[in-house]
Design a protein around this ligand. Structure first.
Ligand SMILES: *[C@@H]1O[C@H](CO)[C@@H](O)[C@H](O)[C@H]1NC(C)=O
Ligand SMILES: *[C@@H]1O[C@H](CO)[C@@H](O)[C@H](O)[C@H]1NC(C)=O
Ligand SMILES: *[C@@H]1O[C@H](CO)[C@@H](O)[C@H](O)[C@H]1NC(C)=O
Ligand SMILES: *[C@@H]1O[C@H](CO)[C@@H](O)[C@H](O)[C@H]1NC(C)=O
Ligand SMILES: *[C@@H]1O[C@H](CO)[C@@H](O)[C@H](O)[C@H]1NC(C)=O
Ligand SMILES: *[C@@H]1O[C@H](CO)[C@@H](O)[C@H](O)[C@H]1NC(C)=O
Ligand SMILES: *[C@@H]1O[C@H](CO)[C@@H](O)[C@H](O)[C@H]1NC(C)=O
Ligand SMILES: *[C@@H]1O[C@H](CO)[C@@H](O)[C@H](O)[C@H]1NC(C)=O
Ligand SMILES: *[C@@H]1O[C@H](CO)[C@@H](O)[C@H](O)[C@H]1NC(C)=O
Length: 895
């Protein structure tokens, strides 16, 4: 029986709604779904000097007289670090412990190898959020409390700080409240809070106040006020709760000091510096259709927003490059009109050459500066937009990075925009970071124009160039980045560090920078006070925030530097970032949080929660593809028309596990080297094992090595019958005791003796069974003899699996007695036929993708394609342990 599962989702922070389709799973005619009642949700945010400390507390009670499972499911900002998680069940606390990633991984593996249940939580759930999910069994009549804490430094963009909480309780909640308290020493200049679900009826339940240094937002709808209509049991609370504010800017900067740490905020209001922009735009064939149209529209909007003092040019690239004008052009109305005509006419064609247009852009900027075609006081930017990876010209990514860095020599800033999922995001990120820019992902969606325009707006108005922030040399240490190439209006520079001199009376900061028409000097002085009222006032929120802010910023910057550092320095940066992550208890890409939670029958489960990293596969991270979440699609009704329950492995090796009770199937691939032998079935009780050896493709003339592998040899052993069968693509050999008989695949033979039933269907398939046991079928795939790459290979199919013992294992065997799973949150990807979803299997949550696999048992027509949920990364999460646990040294190996 499926356990009655109640999932409630409380999503915190994002701009884009994530819809869960499947919320309440379970057998029909079962007990009422509100056996588990969520009776309290409390979201509390304390923000001190831009540093936000968020606590989400949720309480549920199981009214049923049997244990039920509840899932705590939160979406938090990707920029945040989780710092604590605690589960309390009937007064007993189960805390999350933050550990080095490798250590957490070992703990996970140990739990798996002991046969305990274990899981890894790592999922991106939207553009700006990642998901944290824990499920727990709640005993009859028991209460569970979940408490999640995360922290983040709010970034000022376009003149405001924004914090968004996504609220999605999915059910009516007796005590629901959001409380945001802000303390800003410079004084708050405006504060707002919005949510689409706040109707006139709900308006009185939201309070927004600010005065002086304090701001306060609270939202406490009563149970009846949460109803979507007066008689409904559904909740109206579903959407983004966004808090925005800004602070007074009487001085350009502000320094705060608490407990030996300082933070310096710097956001002056100044005249704009002209900018020289070269738009390097991908018009290769892959941009065809909507992406190209959106790019044209975005460029037209950007031209509308370009200030007359700016200079610009376009370089379009495909296999070759096309430069619009041979020099940068001033943004006069006439030149802008000409540019609009040019942009409207951009047509896609050819392959992707990234190297040459970048070098050309640098050449144009060098020339413009040398010939003084552009103002001396100006900012020069290169904006690269691509939807793919370099595949013509210089296509080695490291070479392109090297070339760009050498050419730019730190003089210009390079931004890279990766449009869609065809890009190598790690490449774009390194390319940008090495040249003082940033990379941004543009999600392939209807709002791509707005995303591109939004990015442009952030960098539209530079006001300072070459900013140097200086602090007392001998009185400070561990200062975060303090040199910046430019400052854009509406943003903010933040520098933090330690004060090493305890006897300091004054703390000073000097800022030097180049403005629109002159060099600028700022000097700031703060008198240091002893155990003073100021720090006590700040402790109003929480005392050590500057220290944590410093640690947060330092870790972010170390991780960023790691992207482009050399191998030696990489290790060094990693070690420093890891030390800080552990010391300050942050779940960063280098650490994981391990939660050991109670299971039924006194068992335990180990859950490892990892941070999601876009485009970067950290040491053992499984990079889960981020996808844009369009309106949640309904999975196409692709049931298996004439469902034949069998499990098999065929082609390069694709494993297919049929799940009759769901009239569906699961599938995964195993990627290993030729020569590796994998255990498919091992039944120690019956003494039967099946192993398969991988072969690769032929090596082609130009030595192209294909990654594809197939089964070229299968070994079957039956200990009780003292029998071994070896099947290659040429022969079938039966060894019974000392009696060896070899058949060729071209034979038509049949054996029926001593419990072995075997039948060779010439050059097609081999069918065999042992006594009353299960039947196996091996399919011979013969390729055309002259095929340059492919070799003959084998497919292996099992019928009537229930004839194996309960303990049967192996890559296929472990599924012979059924596998249970639930699918949630089906969402669209760039391929409409391949939506992603979250699968809950073996108490883990993994990302799966809808796909199809071919069943060759009745020939290879398209009718025999079987839809299945594809599990990525060698079936990790679905199979017990890791795929390497199934590697054996001998084709007849049996334990
Ligand atoms: C549990 O509850 C169900 C229905 O609410 C009832 O039929 C059953 O007898 C109860 N069992 C116990 C042990 O109380
Ligand atoms: C985590 O939260 C729990 C529950 O509030 C608390 O007891 C514990 O001290 C916290 N741990 C840390 C490291 O702050
Ligand atoms: C914020 O507002 C809420 C609700 O009005 C109130 O309970 C709380 O005390 C306020 N906090 C501050 C710091 O004013
Ligand atoms: C741009 O337009 C202005 C006048 O509208 C013109 O003088 C100038 O030569 C044009 N070209 C460049 C390269 O600035
Ligand atoms: C800092 O200390 C070094 C070595 O003691 C000294 O040479 C230098 O002048 C000091 N700098 C300042 C700004 O005091
Ligand atoms: C801070 O800097 C000092 C040297 O000035 C160094 O010894 C210490 O380890 C640093 N602390 C951290 C946390 O990086
Ligand atoms: C800024 O300070 C530097 C030395 O710190 C000095 O040489 C320069 O003249 C100053 N500039 C202005 C505009 O005050
Ligand atoms: C050897 O095996 C073959 C087929 O399995 C069988 O036909 C033959 O009789 C066996 N010979 C002996 C000596 O057992
Ligand atoms: C395949 O062929 C077998 C025998 O020819 C038949 O019984 C079976 O229904 C066919 N279809 C499938 C999907 O296996």
């Amino acid at each position: 029986m499926d356990p009655l599962l109640l999932v409630y989702s409380l999503s915190f922070c994002l701009l884009w709604p994530v819809k869960s389709d499947v919320l309440i799973q379970g057998p029909q005619n079962s007990q009422p779904v509100n056996d588990i009642e969520i009776y309290s949700i409390d979201i509390s945010s304390l923000v001190t000097s831009r540093f936000a400390h968020n606590v989400i507390t949720s309480k549920a009670v199981n009214h049923a007289n049997v244990s039920k499972e509840a899932i705590f499911d939160v979406d938090l900002p990707k920029t945040a670090f989780i710092t604590n998680f605690t589960m309390t069940i009937d007064g007993e606390s189960y805390p999350g412990v933050i550990k080095e990633k490798e250590v957490a991984r070992k703990q996970y593996e140990t739990a798996v190898s002991r046969g305990q249940s274990a899981g890894i939580v790592r999922a991106s759930s939207g553009r700006k959020t990642e998901k944290f999910t824990v499920s727990v069994n709640v005993a009859a009549k028991s209460i569970v409390t979940f408490e999640l804490v995360y922290e983040e430094l709010l970034k000022r963009q376009l003149g405001k700080y924004e914090m968004f909480l996504k609220v999605q309780p999915k059910t009516l909640v007796k005590h629901f409240q959001i409380e945001v308290d802000i303390y800003e020493p410079q004084g708050i200049s405006f504060l707002d809070a919005q949510a689409p679900f706040i109707t006139n009826d709900l308006l009185p339940t939201m309070k927004k106040t600010f005065s002086g240094k304090k701001g306060n937002v609270s939202f406490k709808p009563l149970l009846d006020q949460q109803r979507s209509c007066s008689n409904c049991d559904t909740t109206v609370l579903d959407g983004d709760f966004t808090v925005t504010y800004d602070i007074n800017r009487e001085t350009p900067g502000n320094i705060q000091i608490v407990n030996g740490y300082f933070v310096h905020f710097f956001a002056p209001k100044l005249d704009f510096v002209p900018k020289n922009v070269i738009y390097v735009i991908d018009r290769s064939s892959s941009m065809s259709g909507q992406k190209m149209e959106q790019t044209r529209q975005a460029l037209l909007k950007i031209l509308d927003d370009t200030a007359e003092h700016d200079y610009f040019n376009f370089i379009l690239f495909d296999t070759r490059i096309e430069v619009w004008r041979n020099q940068l052009v001033k943004a006069t109305p006439e030149n802008l009109s000409a540019a609009r005509r040019y942009v409207s006419g951009i047509q896609e064609q050819g392959a992707t050459n990234i190297n040459d247009p970048l070098l050309k852009a640098v050449e144009l900027l060098n020339k413009a500066h040398n010939l003084k075609e552009v103002p001396e006081r100006s900012v020069s930017l290169i904006i690269l937009l691509t939807d793919g990876q370099a595949n013509t010209g210089e296509s080695n990514p490291s070479r392109i990075q090297e070339n760009a860095k050498l050419a730019i020599q730190g003089k210009y800033t390079l931004y890279s925009l990766g449009f869609g999922y065809g890009v190598d995001y790690a490449f774009l990120e390194k390319l940008a970071l090495e040249n003082s820019g940033i990379a941004r992902r543009i999600y392939e969606d209807s709002d791509a124009v707005l995303q591109l325009q939004g990015f442009y707006n952030e960098i539209a108005n530079p006001t300072l160039v070459d900013i140097e922030m200086k602090y007392l040399e001998n009185a400070t240490s561990n200062v975060t980045q303090n040199n910046f190439k430019q400052y854009f209006d509406g943003s903010e520079i933040v520098v933090a560090g330690q004060i090493t001199d305890n006897n300091l009376n004054y703390f000073t900061a000097d800022v030097k920078a180049e403005g629109a028409d002159k060099s600028l000097n700022y000097s700031e002085n703060v008198q240091l006070q002893k155990e003073d009222s100021v720090s006590r006032e700040q402790a109003y929120i929480f005392g050590d925030f500057i220290e944590r802010l410093w640690a947060y910023l330092t870790i972010q910057q170390l991780l960023e530097k790691r992207v482009y550092a050399g191998p030696q320095e990489k290790e060094n940066l990693k070690a420093q970032a890891l030390e800080l992550s552990l010391k300050f208890k942050f779940v960063t890409p280098l650490t994981s949080m391990v939660v050991t939670k109670p299971e039924e029958e006194e068992k335990e489960q180990t859950i490892v929660a990892d941070k999601f990293v876009d485009g970067q596969s950290t040491d053992f991270a499984i990079p889960v593809p981020v996808r844009s979440y369009a309106a949640a699609p309904v999975i196409p009704a692709q049931h298996i028309s004439s469902f034949v329950p069998r499990n098999w492995v065929d082609s390069d090796p694709h494993f297919v596990i049929s799940v009759p009770r769901k009239n569906d199937a699961l599938c995964f691939n195993i990627q290993e080297q030729p020569g590796v032998i994998l255990n498919l079935i091992e039944d120690q009780e019956l003494g039967i094992a099946v192993n398969g050896e991988l072969i690769g493709d032929k090596t082609t003339e130009n030595n192209l090595i294909s990654l594809k592998t197939y089964f070229g040899r299968l070994g079957v052993v039956n200990k009780a019958m003292n029998l071994e069968i070896e099947v290659t693509t040429e022969t079938i050999t039966i060894l019974k005791g000392n009696n060896r008989t070899t058949f060729s695949w071209s034979d038509k033979a049949s054996i029926n003796s001593d419990g072995l039933n075997l039948e060779i269907d010439e050059d097609k398939q081999l069918k065999f069974s042992f006594g009353e046991g299960a039947t196996f079928v091996i399919i011979l795939h013969k390729v055309w003899k002259g095929h340059s790459v492919r070799r003959d290979f084998l497919g292996f199919y099992t019928l009537d699996d229930d004839k194996f013992s309960k303990g049967v294992h192996g890559l296929l065997g472990q599924f012979f007695h059924g596998i249970d799973y639930e699918i949630y949150n089906i969402h669209a990807t760039s391929d409409p036929n391949k939506p992603d979803a979250t699968m809950k299997v073996k108490d883990k949550l993994i990302t799966v993708t809808r796909g199809t696999q071919r069943d060759y048992m009745n020939g290879s027509t398209d009718d025999n394609k079987v839809p299945c949920w594809f599990v990525h990364f060698n079936g990790e999460g679905l199979i017990d342990g890791s795929h390497t646990d199934y590697i054996v040294e001998d084709i007849f190996k049996i334990a």
